[in-house]
Ligand binder design. Structure first.
Ligand SMILES: NC(=O)c1ccc[n+]([C@@H]2O[C@H](COP(=O)([O-])OP(=O)(O)OC[C@H]3O[C@@H](n4cnc5c(N)ncnc54)[C@H](O)[C@@H]3O)[C@@H](O)[C@H]2O)c1
Length: 256
């Protein structure tokens, strides 16, 4: 099925952190929309299993083992995708340290934990953009979609490393949009609310979840599928004049 300017048919899409949670939903959604998807994750077994099962359904998904903090691995993947896919048209920077994070008062965060969160959540997207956008520039167009967080707008307590990293990602999206706009490459940030991915995490207790739902205009729990529409739109030709934006998808919990 082709949706004209909304079509992703034959676009090559790289989704980092594609092995579980929101990333795995996006891998399937982009593939169903006709894209050729590369699902990359530090959890190699998880992306391989996902890619195998989606290929059995006739979808075009390949898996790649990738640590987004390792510039050598990113450079090697960008070279190999240049050969196999003609580079990527869409980069979705979704990988992050998130569900495994512990919430704690900021003055108790150890320096090595702080540095690791910044490295995965901010340096990772920088390195991926650095190596995957040159082909987009050569081709005269492309998309970078950075998965930030609505927590940036809320400023949740006991989460300083995470919020600092995602705030940096929002600023980076704006600045990178200015540099890449002349080449037809757009850079936007998507800010999800609290998304129930089925993965256990310490950061959302049942009480916290009820409080968040009560803040929303649409009072129900958010699911990964709620992000699909905006992601496919931002990846499509229809969004060509939208760049440097932060788009919140949180049922109206916050208004930026
Ligand atoms: N779930 C939510 O409520 C929510 C809300 C706002 C924003 N987000 C953001 O959405 C994205 C996905 O969230 P999620 O809930 O699926 O998170 P998750 O923790 O379940 O999944 C993160 C994925 O990133 C991968 N990853 C971690 N470090 C990596 C590295 N160094 N290199 C490559 N891959 C790595 C993990 O293996 C995992 O597959 C994250 O950027 C997160 O910050 C999530």
């Amino acid at each position: 099925m082709d949706h004209g300017p909304m079509s992703l048919r034959d676009k090559a899409v790289l989704i980092t952190g594609g092995g579980q949670g929101i990333g795995s939903t996006l891998v399937e959604a982009f593939a169903q929309a006709g894209a050729r998807v590369v699902a990359a994750d530090i959890q190699e077994a998880a992306v391989s299993t996902l890619a195998d099962s989606l290929r059995e359904q006739g979808l075009r998904v390949n898996a790649a083992a990738l640590d987004v903090t390792d510039e050598g691995q990113i450079r090697a993947l960008s070279r190999s995708l240049r050969d196999s896919h003609g580079g990527v048209d869409v980069l979705v920077n979704n990988a992050a340290l998130f569900s495994t994070l512990t919430m704690q008062p900021f003055d108790e965060i150890e320096l090595d934990v702080w540095e690791r969160v910044l490295k995965v959540n901010l340096t990772g997207p920088f390195l991926c953009a650095k190596h995957f956008t040159p082909v987009m520039r050569e081709k005269g167009g492309g998309r970078v979609i950075n998965v930030a967080s609505g927590a940036v707008t809320l400023g949740r307590p006991n989460y300083l490393h995470y919020i600092a990293s995602k705030s940096g990602l929002v600023g980076m999206s704006r600045s990178m949009a200015r540099e890449l706009g002349p080449y037809g490459v757009t850079v936007n940030a998507v800010l999800p609310g609290s998304v129930d991915t089925g993965i256990q995490r310490e950061t959302v207790t049942p009480e916290a979840k009820s409080r968040i739902v009560a803040m929303q205009c649409i009072p129900r729990g958010q699911v990964p599928q709620d992000l699909v529409g905006v992601m496919l739109f931002l990846a499509s030709d229809s969004s060509a004049f939208i760049t440097g934006q932060s788009i919140t998808v949180d049922g109206g919990a916050t208004h930026s």
